[in-house]
Ligand binder design. Structure first.
Ligand code: GLU
Length: 376
């Protein structure tokens, strides 16, 4: 056991456990033994005062198995139909398994549009925190049956990263069907080495992580690395580990060397900025000059009209927009106080001229610093 690992993981008692389809399913549909073992461990720690939220895949896989489909499903309606069949079965298995420990479970199904709306985001948060206060184990999945491409999370790894922020987790455990992150694709040629500690996610790491998943999973390793990047940016450590290993949760929680540990960043994003940076979809771009870039990156300032060179996209007041520098590199993301057509009319001007041009000046800033997440 390394002292660094123990130091990072000690005190982790609000834990989001993400369980991938590849862990939950065997040749014969849902693997009740694996689910039973994970639930036993979660229950044991819950009784010691730990709080858990589970993000569980497996609805589509379970539905496919019930229908006797062996091949991967071809299109979205088929996946949605399989999820509708499998989700209830999945919850029944969890509910029975936790019931043996006298723990109650709750189902939460979400789509991206539930979380990009600030009001619905806050309602989801309140529900989740209430369930946790009651000692209930919330089990979350994407609401696959109603999701369309535009509102999909993309995969449950991303959903887990968002939910970890909402539940104020101090650890994300991402259980999958490999040992962790390797320095190259372990399914490819050459010997791949498991990386046990990641202090910074590099471009090479992201590139080496395959986006290919098996027939039942959606994300592959790449989306797990991206999710780890998101939670570590908010100061929360993340472990990617093999979910089929006996005693895996106990091993991780007691700091034993297993899987890949992503070290949290020390200067982390506050919850609202995290929501802006990672939950909201960017609706357009604002290209800023060198002066504005320096003011934002080095001086902690807001974005004013004077530093804006041009804009791209059609967006409304309150939308989330990416700020890019003159080389097109993304600098920050934030909520705009003016629409794209208004910004187009006041770009490059001094704040004092906003009223003259638009007839009104509700705000001095195009994006206020409090509503802006700056890239590192
Ligand atoms: N929501 C999907 C399911 O329950 C899985 C998505 C994923 O694995 O990322 O089957």
């Amino acid at each position: 056991m390394s002292a660094e690992r123990i130091n990072i993981l000690k005190g982790a008692n609000r834990v989001l456990v993400k369980i991938g389809s590849g862990v939950l399913t065997g040749h014969d549909g849902l693997d009740l033994d694996i689910i039973g073992h994970l639930v036993d461990e979660i229950s044991e720690y819950s009784k010691k005062g730990f709080h858990f939220v589970i993000v569980s895949s497996g609805a589509i896989a379970s539905g496919m198995h019930r229908m006797g489909f062996k091949e991967g499903l071809k299109n979205l309606p088929q996946k949605q139909a399989a999820a509708a069949i499998g989700q209830g079965r999945l919850m029944r298995v969890y509910s029975n398994a936790f019931g043996r420990h006298e723990l109650v479970t709750a189902q939460i199904l979400l789509t991206m549009s539930d979380l990009t709306d600030r009001q619905r985001f806050l309602n989801t948060r309140n529900t989740l925190l209430t369930l946790m206060e009651w000692g209930v184990v919330p089990i979350i999945n994407e609401n696959d049956t109603v999701s369309v491409d535009e509102i999909k999370f993309g995969d449950n790894d991303n959903l887990a990263a968002i939910m970890a922020n909402i539940m104020e987790a101090n650890l994300l455990i991402n259980l999958t069907n490999t040992e962790g992150l390797y320095d190259r694709d372990p399914r490819g040629p050459g010997k791949a080495r498991l990386i046990s500690l990641v202090t910074e996610i590099t471009d090479e790491m992201e590139a080496a992580a395959s986006s290919e998943a098996d027939t039942v999973g959606m994300g592959g390793m790449r989306s797990k690395v991206l999710a780890a990047g998101k939670v570590t940016a908010s100061g929360v450590p993340c472990v990617i580990a093999h979910g089929k290993k006996a005693g895996i949760l106990g091993d991780i929680l007691s700091g034993r060397e297993t899987g890949t540990l992503f070290v949290p960043m020390t200067q982390h994003l506050k919850s609202k900025k995290y929501w802006i940076a990672f939950t909201l979809r960017s609706r357009g771009k604002i290209c800023i000059d060198k002066g504005a870039e320096d003011a934002i990156v080095n001086q902690g300032k807001s974005l004013l009209p004077s530093g804006i060179v041009r804009i791209e996209g059609d967006f409304q007041m309150g939308d989330s927009v990416t700020c890019v520098n003159e080389d097109g590199v993304s600098i920050a993301k934030g909520l705009v106080n003016y629409s794209s057509s208004e910004i187009d009319r006041i770009k490059g001007l001094k704040t004092s001229r906003i009223k003259q041009v638009l007839g009104d000046k509700p705000y001095d800033e195009i994006i206020h610093r409090d509503n802006m997440a700056v890239n590192k």
